[in-house]
Structure formats: C-alpha cells, structure tokens
Design a protein around this ligand. Structure first.
Ligand code: NAG
Ligand code: NAG
Ligand code: NAG
Length: 496
C-alpha cells in the first residue's frame, strides 16, 4: 500500500478522524469534500481494467444473472467434523445489475451442522473495510495460523448458520468495478446493491431461500444493517422478487444514531477516567454545534451540513484521543499498534498468496483490506441517522439485537444503549422498564442484557469493538440464543 493511503485513511471500522492535532485535521479535511475524493479516485486509478470472473469448469453456479461461484478447496487443519470434500465452502463474484460494471465478492460457508439452519449475512464496517477481517479474525469457520495454515475456529458462526460475507460497498476487499460511477455515497445505493445481491444469491441457492434470514455486522454496519433490513422488508412487501424470510438484524458496536452517540463520547470517556472533569467541560462545548449540524444534515440535500457535521463532530473524538494518547480506541485495554491499531498482516499475506487467490478465483484483483476511497466516498453518509427506519421494522415483528463490547471507545456501549432506549416505538416504555438480566455462558456471566418484544440490548463483558474476536464463545452463544428466541430466557436479576 502506498504511504498516502494512511494519510487519507484515518480509521478502520467506524467513524472517526484521529489525528494528533484536531485543528490541523479540520483545516486539512475541509479541502477534501466529496468531489475531491472522487477526483482522487480517478487520479489514483485504483480500479482494475480487466475483468477476471470468467466462468470456469469449476464454477458451480454460472447463471445468466451473472453469479460466478467456486467451490473452495483450501486445506484446513484439525477436526472439522466433516471431510473437506463435504464442506460447502464457496467464494464468488456477482455482477451487480444496477451498476455499470460492479462485481461483488462474497464467501458462502454452508452450516457445519444443518442445511436448514438460518442464513446469516455479515457486514464489516469502515466504511470500506473488507468482511474478510471478520472471516479470519472474528466469526468465520477458520483462523490463519502463524505458519499461514488455516485452522478451524471452534466458535465460527457457521456452526449454527449458513454464513455469507460480502465485500461492500464496491471497491472494498476483492469487490471491484471499472467505473467510478459504481462507487456508493449513501445507504440507498448500499442497500440496493445488497438487495440485488441477495436476490441472485437465493436464485442460485433456492434451497436456502426458505430458511430464516438474519442480517448481522459491526461498526459502520450500524448504518448498513438498518438500511439493508428496511430494503429487504420493502422488497418483500412490494413482492419485488424472491421473498426473503427476514427474521432479525443484529448490530455489534455500531454507529447508528450519531446525534446521541457523539454526545456519549465525553460521558463515556469521563466514566472510564480517560479524561478529567475540566477536559470534559472544554470538549463538551463543541457538542451543540455538532448536534445542530447533524440536525441540518438530516434535512440537507446538498451535503454541506453533513460535511460540517462530520468535521465538527469528529473533532470531539479527536480531542478525546489527544488526551488518551496511544490507547487502542477499539479496545481501551490495549495499545494502538500499527496504522490500524491491530495487526491484520497475516490476512493480507494469506489473501495475496497465489494458491489462495487461485482457489478464490480473484485473478489479479488487489486485495484492499480497508479502502480509503470507499471511506471518503461515504463521507456525507456518516452523520445520517439510521435509527429512523427501525421502529417500523420492530412493529412488524422483526427482531433487533444491539450488542456492544464494553471496552470499545469508538462505538461505545453507552451511546448504543442510549439510542436504543431513546428510540420511539410501541414498546419503548416497556423496554425501558425491563430488568437487566445476566447473560451467562457455561456458568460465567459474559454480559448483561435487557429485552422487550423484538428488541434486545446486550453489553458484553471483557470485549472491545470486535466482540466475536474477544469473546468468541459468548458471541456464538449470543447469536444462537437470539435466533432461537432464547437470549433472555433466564430470569435471574443481575446487579447493574
Ligand atoms: C483439493 O485439492 C487437493 C490438492 O490441492 C486435491 O488432492 C483434492 O482432491 C482436492 N479436493 C477436491 C474435493 O477437489
Ligand atoms: C501450522 O500450524 C498449525 C497450528 O499451529 C499446526 O497444526 C500445523 O501442523 C502447522 N503446519 C505446518 C506445516 O507446520
Ligand atoms: C486534567 O487533565 C489535563 C490533561 O488532559 C491536565 O492538563 C489538567 O491539569 C487536568 N486538570 C485537573 C483539574 O486535574
């Protein structure tokens, strides 16, 4: 990766703009409105010029809809409970119909247990970070060992679901286009592409279309997930295509309601003793401007207010980080090491290995773990409130789980708990009054949760931003119990 990437690419999973000097950042970023970002995309000429996903003999589903899928034959080490031959592991590209030339890359891992397990799709955030981060470091079927072998993940979510990971928006991970017109700038574009993907996926895999379907993900996916859930629900209502059996959506350490979540930064930082009261008072003075700009952004068609909101609100986070120093803002128990605070180099090495690339059918496409261009292109989307579409989903009985690892700063549990409580729907009062109960796995309390009807909030102990990485067993239990409506069945009260 050329070094200018790290200048532009300011954070990994969620909205922030960390810099050592908030004011310098402000003045330099003001020169980067979206038109500038688009110009950069063209200048950097990042899009591959040739197509690579030609149908081959081992394509198992080369349909006229433009889905190219390969059965994976990678070597896995350890006891999977299945032979490699029996594993339904696939990777593929899908040509997105409402684009000039975009191809969406995805993994599909059939359940290790039962074909009629729910279908779960996972979306990593960024915006612009590849879902392969989750495949190999969070909840995928396997992990990458130090010697670059794949070893089974005993807590892969494919133990209880048929699991899909997509690289999106276009330009992320292995997904690509030859046209910059296909770069997405808002949740409408993102959710339409995801809906199109899902339709063709179920066309190619009709045996899975009747299964329960869940949307999950993390971080900036706190934007994608509600938008995608609403899009699927609307498609079902309008009978636009294959009926999708959407049962619920889960957001892990997400950014969903910026007005509430940006207010929570200073409160959380004070609670966690990251800043003192006088720092708090100083930083908080910025919030009213941030709030006003977010309100305007909600009504704004030109994008000016959204850009202003981005600049002002992220300065709150920057000021906190200036005091906090080199702590990892995804996990306050750790230090931030390297550009992205974690070391994901094993994944990059693995995915650039020639044999792996051949197995995946990705040709010469560069793997971009986090795309600064995609990030930039979504800049005006960042301060949009994605909570607004959720109440109507809840009223129609579609479940929402909001969970958060307690040591994450950037999409902290406090801000998430607040927006979930503030959300206006028919169950709001009852949810507010619901008891906080213990979330226990193997006799150990792994978090505290509360629930009313379709809505559940879960704060996960001993975890940062990436809950399935930090608490793999608890995360798998969470998913399974939530899908089976058993998450809050134990009724013992926990002290707050
Ligand atoms: C997978 O690849 C190995 C060699 O890399 C080969 O021996 C084996 O037969 C392949 N399995 C399948 C199911 O294609
Ligand atoms: C690679 O590492 C894994 C896990 O530590 C181990 O099981 C495997 O034997 C190693 N493979 C080689 C070829 O050393
Ligand atoms: C609060 O912390 C700042 C550093 O962030 C320090 O300069 C200041 O003296 C502290 N104030 C008090 C009252 O402790």
């Amino acid at each position: 990766m050329p070094s200018y990437f790290s200048l532009l690419f300011l954070t990994l999973f969620c909205v922030s703009a960390k810099s050592n000097d908030a004011d310098n950042f402000l003045s330099s970023t003001q020169k980067f409105p979206v038109t500038m970002a688009e110009k950069l995309i063209r200048q950097l000429n990042l899009f591959p010029k040739h197509e690579i996903n030609k149908a081959t003999d081992d394509s198992v589903a080369a349909t006229e809809q433009g889905l190219f899928e390969k059965k994976l034959n990678l070597s896995y080490i350890g006891d999977s409970g299945a032979t490699v031959q029996n594993l339904g592991h696939h990777a593929g590209y899908y040509r997105l119909p409402h684009t000039k030339d975009a191809r969406m890359f995805y993994f599909f891992f059939e359940s290790r247990s039962r074909k009629n397990d729910p279908v779960v799709i996972w979306l990593t955030g960024g915006p612009g970070c590849s879902s392969e981060l989750a495949v190999f470091y969070e909840n995928g079927p396997f992990k990458i060992a130090d010697n670059m072998s794949l070893v089974w993940n005993n807590f892969g979510w494919d133990k209880v679901s048929n699991l899909i990971y997509v690289d999106q928006p276009t330009g992320t991970g292995f997904s690509y286009s030859s046209s910059e017109d296909d770069i997405r700038h808002d949740e409408r574009g993102v959710s339409n592409d995801l809906y199109d993907f899902l339709q063709v996926f179920f066309k190619a895999h009709p045996q899975y279309a009747k299964n329960d379907f869940y949307i999950t993900g993390e971080s900036y996916a706190g934007h994608y997930i509600p938008a995608f859930a609403s899009r699927v629900h609307q498609g079902n209502k309008n009978k636009e295509g294959i009926y999708v059996n959407l049962k619920g959506f889960a957001i892990g350490n997400g950014l969903t309601d910026p007005e509430i979540q940006y207010k929570a930064y200073t409160d959380f930082a004070l609670d966690m003793k990251l800043i003192n009261k006088s720092d708090y008072n100083t930083i908080e003075k910025t919030y009213p401007q941030c709030q006003q700009a977010i309100t305007l952004c909600g009504k704004d068609r030109s994008g000016v207010a959204c850009m202003a909101a981005y600049l002002v609100c992220t300065s709150i986070f920057n000021k906190i980080m200036n005091i906090v120093g080199d702590k990892n803002y995804y996990d306050l128990r750790k230090r931030c090491e390297g550009d992205l605070c974690y070391d994901f180099s094993k994944m990059e090495t693995f995915l650039n290995d020639q044999k792996v690339r051949q197995a995946l059918g990705v040709g010469d496409i560069e793997f971009v773990s986090c795309s600064s261009e995609v990030y930039q292109a979504m800049q005006l989307d960042w301060m949009k409130n994605l909570e607004v579409g959720i109440p109507s989903l809840l009223e129609d009985g579609i479940k929402l789980l909001v969970y958060a690892g307690e040591y994450d700063l950037i999409c902290n549990w406090l801000g998430n708990s607040r927006w979930v409580h503030a959300m206006k729907w028919s169950g709001q009062n009852a949810f507010g009054k619901a008891p906080l109960v213990s979330f226990t796995v193997d006799g150990v309390e792994k978090g505290v949760e509360k629930n009313h009807g379709p809505l559940t909030f879960l704060k996960v102990h001993d975890a940062g931003h990436m809950v399935p990485m930090d608490q793999p067993n608890a995360a798998l239990e969470m998913l399974q119990r939530w899908m089976q409506n058993k998450l809050t069945k134990q009724d013992h009260l926990a002290p707050i």
